[in-house]
Design a protein. Sequence first.
Lengths: 223, 224
Amino acid sequence: MQPIVRLRSAVCLLGRFPALAGVDLDADEGEVVLLSGGNGAGKTTLLRMIAGLVPVHSGEAVVLGHDLTRDRRSHRAQVALVGHETGCYDDLTAAENVEFAVGAAGRDRADVAPALDAVGLAPLADVPHGRMSAGQRRRLSLAIAVARAPRLLLLDEPHAGLDAEGRAVLDGLLTSARDDGRTVLIASHELDRARALADREVVLTAGQAHGALDARGRAVVPT
Amino acid sequence: MNLGHEVALVAGKDLRIERRARVTLQQILPFGAIVLLLFAFALDPDRGVLRRVAPGLFWVAVLLALLLAVSRSFTIEIENGARDALRLSGLDPAAIFLGKAAAIAVQLAILEALLAIGVVVLFDVALSSVGVLVLATVVATVGLAATGTLYGVLAAGLRMRETLVPVLLLPVVAPVLLGATRAWEAAIDGPASDAWPWIGVLGVFAVLAVGAGMLAFGPLLEEA
């Protein structure tokens, strides 16, 4: 079976600096992979590279069957990235932001209300993004990711800014994503919580993947 | 989803944001009106001069307002990382270009209608050959909006974009200023038939700008 993500010696330069200096990574369908590592290890760049937002300068990178060294646009419609920023418009309401993302993905408007409901934002559907709290904005970006129904879900520090209820919502979304056969990559510093959700952990140090750990962060297994 | 739906989606989004933020009505329109007023004050003693230069002053005011509209159109994509979301949206870059250009064109059209009233009132200009005038304005607006959108995305990722956009854009749209001014002069004072060659120039410019934008916007959005 073709893995959803397959990286071999993947290098990404930001300017002349190698943000990723040869990463090997596999992620299969329905797998939840935790990316751990300190600040500057390259977790965010790795997720952005897999999303096709930054180029692969050398090595092999195949995501959802697309070779990112040749084409980093074609797979994007099947990818959702929840990053540090929400990607939303301040003057649009929560519902309008989801509606735009859903429309762009060619999906039905009927997906908007269930997505907001799934993250507990249904009562705030008519509130502009610009008037939401940081936690509510984070939930909104999760709602957009849910509504797009991607095959590959990329989460960059998804627990940041979420209260206890929000974290429970996120855990539920990740569980149902895995049950639906979606592949999830999570970059997080909240290792205990993320490990409880992940099938595997990959440790990044200075832009390189240094092997994989099991779900409890113990045994090193090859990627 | 076909191109038309994607264009409508992007244009609808930008216009909805504009309707809420009211930047066109509360900032860009007053700016254009102030430009006209300043010209009127500067040339006030000679109404004849004002009437003669009214088309040029109108289009200079439109060009300056275009700079603000383009800047605004890409500022909303920079806030909250919306540009990355747009890149990941799955939308055809050509549709994003056409949608953003269409939204700018609509805002310019509203602005031009209101500024035209200002020109008539302040500069004592009698509008004749309205059909030719409107056609020249529509074609010029398409060219301006398309060019502005293309140069807007070109500068979107740069820190100096606020100052860079005018430096890059104004020389490129000089043919529109010339063609639209001449077409207006012909429609107002001369025989309206004199406007047609200039409308042709504006049409060629608009077609080239739209074509170049549809081809180049995607790669420029990736690099922004």
